[in-house]
Ligand binder design. Sequence first.
Ligand code: 5AD
Ligand code: SF4
Length: 458
Amino acid sequence: MTGLRKLFVKSFGCQMNVYDSQRMADTLAPEGYVETSTGEDADLIILNTCHIREKAAEKVYSELGRMRRLKEAAAADGRKLLIAVAGCVAQAEGEEIVRRAPTVDLVVGSQNYHRLPALVARAQRDGHVVDTEFPLDDKFEHLAAPAAAATRARGVTAFVTVQEGCDKFCTFCVVPYTRGAETSRRVDTIMAEAERLADAGVREITLIGQNVNAYHGAGPDGRPWSLACLLEQLAQIRGLERLRYTTSHPLDMGDDLIAMHRDLPALMPQLHLPVQSGSDRILAAMNRRHTRADYMDVVCRLLEARSDMALTSDFIVGFPGETEEDFAATLRLVGEIGYSGAFSFKYSPRPGTRGAEMGEQVDEATKTDRLHRLQHEIDRNRATFNRRCVGRTFPVLLERPGRHAGQIVGRSPYLQPVQIEAPTSLIGAIAAVTIAEVASNSLFGTLKREPALAGAGA
Ligand code: 5AD
Ligand code: SF4
C-alpha cells in the first residue's frame, strides 16, 4: 500500500450513481485513498455523471471548468490532481469528453469500476485513459465491499444494487445504451452484502435497479429468483427491519411481488411506479408497452394487497406529438391516483433514441407551461396525502440529526421525512411517532413512546 491520498467523488443523477460512488471509494480504499468531502485538497476527483436529460449531461462540462481551475491551483502548489469522469456521460460520450475537456485524465464507463485501481495507475503514468467497454465479466463479483467502519459512517439506511440495465427501450430513454442490457446480481452476493450492512447497524435497505422488478438473479438452487423471492429471503436477516425497492416498471409488477406487500411486514407500503403519461397514444409512442388501463389495474391490485400504499411516479411532458388533450389525460390520471409525490420532467431529446428522431417535437414554451400545471397538480396530491397523516401514529426510522439542535429526521413507512424532537442517541431506532403537523415537504411529529431498545420495532 502506498501513502494516503485523498479522493473526492461527486455524484450526479440517480440513486444507482450514489451506490456506485460508494463502491468506487471502497475499491480505491485498499490503494490508500481516503474520502474527502471537497475537491480543494483532493489528489483524485471522480465525477460520477448522469446522461438522462441534456441539462444533466451539460452540468458535467460546467463542473469540469471548475475542476480545471482546481487542477491548476494544485499544480501551482506542486501537487498532481487527477480528474476522472465516470457514469453514464462517460459511457455515452467516451473519447469526446477528453476532446472537449482535456483536463480529464480518465474516462471510465459504468461497467468498469472494478478496474479503477489499474486505470488510475495507468492514467497517472501515461496520461489520458478511456475505458468504456462492456466487459463480459460481472463487475459486481469484483467490486470491493466497504470496510465495516465505512458502512457505519454512512448511516442506518443503505442502497444495494440488485439489477442493472434495461431491455425495454422506451423511446425517450438512454438507459439501455448507457447501462446496457438487463442483468441481475446473484442472490448469494446480495444476501452477503445485506448481512454485512445489517451487522454494521443498517436498519433499512432499498434494492435498486433501473428495472428492479424485472430482477431474475440466480438463486442458491441454481434457478432464477424473482424479486418477490429475494425480498422474502432478505426479510429474514436479523436487524434488518425495513425493505424497499426502486425503480419498477408497471409491466413487471407480478402477482407474487404484489402479494409481498400484503404478506411481508418488512416491505414498506410505498412504491415508485413511473407511468410517464396518462395518454394511451403517447404511451404507445413512448413504447411503454402498457396502457393507462393496465397501469390502473396494477394500482388497484396493489391497493387491494395493501390499502395504505403510497404511490409515486415519474412524468414526462412534451413528448413528441403530445397534444393538449393527451396532456389533459395525464392531469386526470394524477387526480385519479392521488400520488404521495412525483417527479416531472420536460421531454429532452437524447442522442441515439427513437424519440429524438420523431417529428412533432413540442416547443419549449408549451413544455414549460405543461410542466408548471402538472407540478401544481402533483403538489396538491402530495399536500392531501400529507394532511391525511396528521393525527396518525406510525413507526418512524430515526435516521440522522435534524437541522436544529435536539431534532432528529426520520422516515415514515411512506418515505416522508419526519422531524422529531428527540436525542441523537435514538438514531437507528424505529419509534412510534404521532404526526402533529405538516409543512410543504416534511411532517412534524412527537415520540409517542421512546423505543425500549435502540432499534426496537414499534
Ligand atoms: N427526457 C425527460 N425525462 C426523461 N426521463 C428519462 N429520459 C428522459 C428524457 N429523455 C425521466 C423519466 C424517467 C426518469 C428517471 O427520468 O421520467 O422515469
Ligand atoms: Fe428507461 Fe425505465 Fe424505459 Fe428502461 S423502462 S428504457 S430505464 S424509462
